[in-house]
Design a protein around this ligand. Structure first.
Ligand code: C2O
Length: 626
């Protein structure tokens, strides 16, 4: 594929961006469908902005104000924009999470995002309506830094996006994924990998220069190994946080992660070099025939010279991000005030589909966006119960040290992302290292880093664990979730409600009218006050709240569903369905087991302790000795 002019312009921004005094940057975005074919194999319907795809880049300086006027011209789908990685301090309602911090923006509606930029770095924006962004609604978001500590080390700046690409549209794929005919929860496998939303991109470079390359993985699913043949580079930024320059020759970039690297070119122009991204096929349950997991671009020193075919490599040996040290030297947050332990498991529910669980709870969208529940439930906003069991809400007080422990009881890799914060990546267990053992730290057999690296998206390894810490210094409603979009759809999400009483004092006057108008314009209209079940009278009455499907009957496990599915596939559809519904009835009667499990979780977390409604007390209820 030849280098198209638009791609050339896209990558060749040569610090034209001005560092003039703080300004307001206004983007008018109309989202609509168009046809694209970025891998040259298949024309498909894709979400573009203002008739363009790849999507425009959002750029600003630290200190600027950004306004994005979104108009939804999709006609058939609601949408939203999340600005991945921005702290949104004081503007949690601009975080763009449909059913979290706003109502979805229905077809025909407009919605304005308006926020101040307080942090430098490499970010991206994407729709945060379930499963939508892989249909194209994702683009880079770059915050330039007049005080970049490494500004003297580079000459030019480039943006390089990675992603995976599906030929089918998400609604169809999600339907197939979350279905009784996919009881093992096998995720759809992408058809291609892309760089800057194309393949075989030629990136012209000059000899003897240093480029600051901002790499963003906007994938739905696939992490990519990334390397540049014949070159090493220095990592200086990770998910917006500067780290001490560290040499690497290959990095592993999960969905939603970003790396800022310094690449110094060679002094001679005798050859061109391949830039390679290779999707991590460990993530795929089966590898479709003929899948090319790789995407190649070229570092072009001399366009007259050939573009090389990348060499095969024996094994992947990516840089370990946990060895990085943040430039600001921020030290380990000690002695957590609150430990949130999340055990990851995939399992089937009574509808036969495979769901993802954090400690027994799979996320289900509440009827009222959780932020609006926080604003409309008075003092009870500090009681997690009002947000509904299936948002898996934890209440955070002011300036607490919060520790998240993710124990991965699943044999898959998962990139976990926290909204509203970057966290200290304190610890990561290897494959099959099992659950985190706090005693190992106490008795000294595991030593925590003094200055842990920080980022907003971190990989947990198969049957391993990660430990993250952050300070609850940013009032808002913030999701924590796996950034594999399939697992967002199957419920691997929980909710932090940070300082809800502060939100009640600060946000109501800041939320613009068009945010509530979006709720009213939904069909049917979506409520914007009350608890998770939209009850505005009795906040403890969650009987109308959305809940997950009933659990499987006791003793009826995945194997049974697999067997049943095969019998359905074998053409016994009618009979299978009858048996299925019979078992479904049993499931309701025997649902007790799962309910007991949920009650236990709720009790452990202080859900349901209705007497304690002060912010501090609610938090005490779910505090464990750190
Ligand atoms: Cu990239 Cu919930 O976000």
């Amino acid at each position: 594929m030849a280098l198209s002019l638009s791609n050339f312009l896209y990558i060749s921004t040569i610090l034209l961006f001005s560092f003039a005094s703080a300004s307001t940057r206004v983007y008018n975005f109309t989202a609509g469908w168009l046809t694209t074919n970025p891998d040259g194999q298949f024309e498909r319907t894709t979400i573009g902005i203002n008739g363009q795809w790849p999507l425009p880049r959002i750029e600003a300086n630290v200190g600027d104000r950004v306004i994005v006027h979104l108009k939804n011209d999709l006609g058939n789908q609601s949408t939203s924009i999340h600005f991945h990685g921005l702290y949104m301090n004081g503007t949690s309602h601009m975080d763009g999470v449909a059913s979290g911090t706003q109502c979805p923006v229905p077809p025909g509606a407009t919605f304005t995002y308006d926020f101040n930029i307080t942090q430098p770095g490499t970010y991206w924006y994407h729709s945060h309506v379930d499963g939508q962004y892989p249909d194209g609604f994702r683009g880079p978001l770059i915050i330039h830094d007049p005080k970049n500590p490494y500004a003297d080390l580079f000459d030019e700046e480039l943006v390089l996006t990675l992603s995976d690409w599906y030929h089918e549209q998400m609604p169809k794929l999600i339907g197939e994924f979350l279905s009784v005919s996919n009881p093992t929860g096998a995720e759809p496998v992408p058809q291609s990998a892309l760089m800057n939303d194309t393949q075989n991109l030629q990136i012209p470079v000059q000899p003897g220069k240093t480029y600051f390359i901002r790499i963003v993985n906007m994938a739905a699913f696939a992490a990519q190994y990334f390397w540049i043949e014949g070159h090493t580079f220095r990592i200086i930024e990770v998910d917006g946080i500067y780290h001490e320059p560290t040499e690497a020759s290959q990095i592993y970039v999960t969905a939603a992660q970003r790396y800022g690297i310094l690449l110094t070119t060679k002094n001679e122009t005798t050859e061109n070099f391949a830039i390679v991204g290779s999707m991590d096929q460990d993530l795929f349950d089966q590898i479709p025939d003929g899948l090319n997991p790789n995407v190649t671009s070229f570092l072009v020193y001399d366009a007259e010279k050939p573009m090389p075919t990348p060499a095969l490599i024996d094994e992947f040996d990516p840089f370990d991000d946990l060895t990085l040290v943040p430039t600001d030297g921020e030290e380990l947050l000690e002695d957590p005030d609150l430990v949130v332990q999340l055990d990851v498991l995939m399992d089937n529910l009574g509808d036969g589909a495979n769901y993802a669980f954090f400690s027994g709870i799979t996320y289900v969208r509440p009827k009222v966006p959780s932020l609006y529940t926080a604003l409309s439930t008075g003092d009870l906003a500090t009681d997690p119960i009002v947000y509904g069991v299936n948002t898996n809400a934890y209440i955070l007080g002011d300036s607490q040290t919060v520790e998240i422990v993710v124990n991965n009881h699943d044999p898959g890799k998962h990139p976990f992302h926290l909204h509203g914060h970057a966290f200290q990546a304190v610890l990561r267990g290897d494959d099959d290292s099992g659950d985190y053992d706090a005693n190992a730290v106490l008795n000294g057999s595991v030593v925590l880093p003094r200055k842990p690296m920080r980022r907003d998206t971190l990989l947990v390894r198969p049957n391993g664990h990660i430990v993250l810490r952050f300070k609850s210094d940013n009032p808002g409603v913030w999701l924590f979730h796996c950034h594999i979009e399939w697992h967002v759809d199957s419920g691997l999400i929980m909710t932090f409600v940070e300082q809800p009483l502060v939100l009640q004092q600060t946000l109501p006057s800041r939320i613009p009218e068009d945010h509530y108008a979006a709720c009213a314009a939904m069909n049917p209209p979506m409520p914007s006050t009350g608890n998770a079940g939209a009850n505005t009278e009795n906040f403890y009455d969650l009987s109308e709240a959305n809940v997950s499907p009933a659990p499987l009957p006791d003793g009826f496990q995945t194997k049974g569903i697999v067997a049943m599915t095969f019998s359905i596939l074998a053409g016994l559809l009618g009979i299978g369905t009858v048996i299925w519904y019979g078992l479904g009835e049993m499931g309701v009667i025997e649902a007790d087991r799962e309910k007991r499990k949920l009650d236990k979780v709720a009790n452990e977390r202080g859900v349901g302790s209705r007497a304690n409604t002060s912010e501090g007390h609610a938090v005490d209820q779910i505090t464990r000795a750190g």
